[in-house]
Design a protein around this ligand. Structure first.
Ligand code: ZN
Length: 304
């Protein structure tokens, strides 16, 4: 319960951050510098920037010019609060806590990585739904940071394996030059890293091929980079699930919009939000879906 609450609070703050990143990339403003009111451009003090709280304290209006803040801010903060609260709760209940050790450190870094990924997804959801844009200055650094995270987690796990084997007499016999046990298991640990990079290239390449075939209708270069990020972070087979959910939900919503008369067959609907939705489903429920409904045990996954 505490974890859920903690996750919610962290999530609302990150929601506020994701919204700021999204707004600033759409208006070509720097990511650095204080937040100001959209209306009167006055710099806002910290107590006007408290996620969720400030919105209610100010009755949804700027303290200085009384311009409406927009329900969007509140919505993004609450949705991020729910997502991160759920993530913290899910991860903590799947983890056997012991005293502080190496495993706990890996757990924390893994949790940070997922929190980072969700924040990026929400920011890209906002930019794509608003202006059909997936900004390079968000998605490219996110790809680089994700690679660093995955390599770091992999190296930590291999180091952990080495030290835990080296602690016992029997374990030492499994290390080189006595046995190839360590090398084989180190390779298994590194598998998600290779699969992630492979999936990133494959999904990015797949979208690129779609753009060439359809001559750029329906998908853009931003989707290629978002696809690469998804493949990289979700790996195999989770990124395939994310893609399937994205295409399926995209088709359903498009049909609803077309039959509801809101969009025409030719009008473009951004695909990024569906990729984000698919990624979140795969991140939160991928393991369960593969295990329970498809009878596949996805071992060797970075996120197990
Ligand atoms: Zn103002």
């Amino acid at each position: 319960m505490y974890i859920l609450g903690l996750g919610f609070i962290v999530g609302t703050a990150l929601g506020s951050f994701a919204k700021a990143i999204a707004d600033r990339s759409l208006t070509n403003r720097s990511f650095w510098g204080r937040s100001c009111c959209e209306g009167c451009k006055k710099n806002l003090p910290w107590y006007d920037l408290l996620p969720v709280f400030s919105f209610f304290l100010l009755h949804g209006k700027c303290r200085y010019c009384r311009k409406g803040i927009g329900i969007e801010y509140l919505l993004v903060e609450v949705v991020m609060g729910v997502l991160i609260g759920y993530l913290f709760n899910q991860q903590v209940s799947n983890f056997q806590f012991s005293i502080f050790n190496f495993k706990f450190l890996i757990f924390i870094i893994d949790l940070l990585f997922k929190t980072f990924f969700i924040t990026v997804l929400v920011a890209l959801f906002l930019t794509d739904i608003k202006k059909m844009l997936i900004p390079d200055r968000v998605v490219l650094p996110a790809i680089v940071i994700s690679i660093v995270f995955i390599i770091f987690i992999t190296v930590m796990k291999i180091t952990f394996l080495y030290f835990s084997l080296n602690q016992t007499r029997i374990g030492q016999l499994l290390l080189p030059p006595h046995s190839d046990y360590f090398q084989r298991h180190a390779l298994m640990i590194a598998e998600p890293l290779f699969l992630g990079i492979l999936m990133g290239v494959l999904i990015g390449g797949f979208f690129m091929a779609l753009i060439i075939i359809t001559r750029g209708k329906g998908m853009g270069g931003g989707d290629v980079k978002l696809g690469a990020l998804m493949g990289l972070v979700l790996g195999f087979p989770n990124s395939i699930l994310a893609l399937m959910v994205a295409f399926l939900s995209g088709a359903i919503i498009s049909l609803i919009l077309i039959f509801g008369g809101k969009k025409h067959l030719k009008s473009a609907i951004p695909f990024g939000p569906f990729l984000v939705f698919g990624s979140l489903v795969a991140l939160f429920f991928g393991k369960e879906i593969f295990n329970r409904y498809l009878g596949l045990d996805i071992g060797g996954n970075l996120f197990k």
